[in-house]
Design a protein around this ligand. Structure first.
Ligand code: PFF
Length: 464
């Protein structure tokens, strides 16, 4: 039976956590929900919720993982149940862990399909560099959206790459690979941002991103911001519980959570700086009417890149960057699924190896990915209507994920003893953790549940 892994170095943990947080959420989802919710004002909401909702929950997940040294499913089973007010009954917190696990399986199945799109564009740009006539490549999602098999094929390549890395375990798999990918990702991203900011539309883009016009927000912007914060920080899927379970007792949890949040948020802004000058420069878009569907990244942007001198190189660099980020995030999701299954089989005393679990779950996720892959062929009514995948994404991220966040805040506040929380949160060498502890506890007990409940009510009001 496999022994539980540990991070070899603290840097390894940071890189894996940041690699999991930074993904399609930053480069694909953030720009399009930002433009759907009016730009600068949404950035303010997003920042506010990242620090007051996302960060406390992220720290809570790391603490939960290190306390029980198990994934989210078994950790939440070990929590004390909560007495139900006015009755003699108790509420078990098991459902929170099971829902997070389910969410990671479903999200990975469509994340793999979108990562497959990225692979497609990556190869197209690669061939465009060598083709003599640049006009032969017209970047469009249509060939993919009209072929379920093509999407399945690309998704299976992506799942296979993910499985091969996860198979190697924590240190030789995720820690080493993400560590090697990150510098390449950073260099590519910075050079692309410099190129993008040199475009004439950059001034307009900066205004769109950083000038808040609160009248652009709608009632549903609150739950969109919370859902996106949780998604981008990989909170609510059990990822940070698993990553926390590999931490050493001497690692400082609160400052680790803070650093991951800051880096992820800065990367989202960097993605905005990269994408908006290009999207606005593409001509077909105006402020406030920027193309809002996911096609922003997969059509507007590659077309514009192809129209630039040397555009195929920039296109390739951009999609390699996007793919590396998608891979880092998929590794996080897959590691979570596998480690929860391994914990579960250990509890049941089943004699299974990591290898068997990895292949079985990989096969299951591949099967599930057929639903989003074929849905674009079956359900897509017209080019401008929202596809099934976007609906699924909206329901899961704007609805289910905040609900899991609510459950997690209950779990951390009422299911873990005060002493344990203090022991895990407060670091002797970091005096400020003592001062921060009561705020963290207060945020999880009152602020986070209240904000999530209000935002879900506003979302319901907005849709009736
Ligand atoms: N945070 C990733 C992103 O922004 O793309 C998505 C994600 C990765 C969610 C890993 C959950 C997870 F476990």
């Amino acid at each position: 039976m496999e022994k539980r892994g540990y991070w070899k170095t603290r840097l390894g943990f940071y890189l894996a956590a940041i690699g999991s947080a930074v993904g399609l959420g930053n480069l694909w989802r953030f720009p399009y929900i930002l433009s759907e919710n009016g730009g600068g004002a949404f950035v303010v909401l997003y920042l506010l919720f990242a620090l007051t909702v996302g960060l406390p929950l992220l720290v809570g997940e790391l603490i939960l993982g290190r306390t029980f040294r198990q994934g989210v499913v078994l950790s939440t089973e070990s929590l004390q149940p909560i007495p139900i007010f006015g009755t003699r009954r108790w509420l078990s917190l098991k459902w929170v862990g099971r829902l997070s696990f389910l969410l990671s399986v479903v999200v990975l199945s469509y994340y793999a399909v979108i990562s497959g799109w990225v692979l497609h564009f990556m190869t197209q740009f690669f061939f465009a560099i060598f083709s003599s006539t640049r006009t032969t490549f017209d970047p469009s999602l249509d060939p993919l959206l009209t072929s379920g098999w093509m999407q399945m094929l690309l998704a299976s390549v992506h799942i296979l790459v993910t499985l091969v890395v996860v198979l190697k375990g924590v240190q030789d798999g995720i820690e080493r690979w993400v560590g090697a990918m990150m510098p390449v990702f950073a260099v590519l991203l910075v050079s692309l941002v410099i190129k993008s900011l040199s475009l004439p539309s950059s001034g307009e883009a900066l205004r769109f991103l950083f000038y808040p016009n609160f009248s652009q927000l709608s009632l549903s912007s609150f739950s969109h911001a919370i859902g996106h914060v949780l998604f981008t920080l990989s909170v609510g899927f059990g990822t940070m519980v698993t990553f926390g379970s590999y931490l050493k007792d001497s690692d400082a949890i609160a400052s680790s959570g803070f650093r991951v949040t800051i880096v992820d948020t800065l990367l989202s802004f960097t993605a905005g700086l990269l994408i908006f000058p290009i999207a606005l420069g593409a001509g077909s878009v105006e402020l406030g009417a920027t193309r809002t569907d996911p096609g922003l990244l997969f059509e507007t942007l590659p077309r514009f890149l192809m129209s630039l001198p040397g555009g195929a190189f920039f296109g390739l660099a951009f999609f390699v960057c996007l793919y590396l980020s998608a891979l880092g995030a998929s590794l996080g999701l897959m590691e979570v699924i596998v480690s929860n299954a391994l914990d579960w089989s250990k509890k049941k005393k089943w004699k299974v190896q990591r290898l068997e679990v990895v292949w079985t779950l990989g096969g299951l996720i591949l099967l599930l990915s057929a639903i989003p892959a074929f849905s674009s062929v079956i359900f897509r009514a017209s080019k401008n209507s929202k596809g099934f995948l976007e609906w699924l994404d909206a329901i899961l991220i704007n609805g289910c994920l905040p609900l899991v966040g609510l459950g997690l805040s209950l779990a951390f506040s009422h299911g873990l003893s005060e002493m344990e929380k203090k022991r895990q949160f407060i670091d002797e060498n970091k005096i400020e953790t003592q001062a921060l502890f009561p705020y963290w506890r207060w945020a999880l007990k009152y602020f986070v549940p209240m904000v999530i409940i209000v935002s879900l009510i506003l979302q319901i009001l907005n849709s009736i």
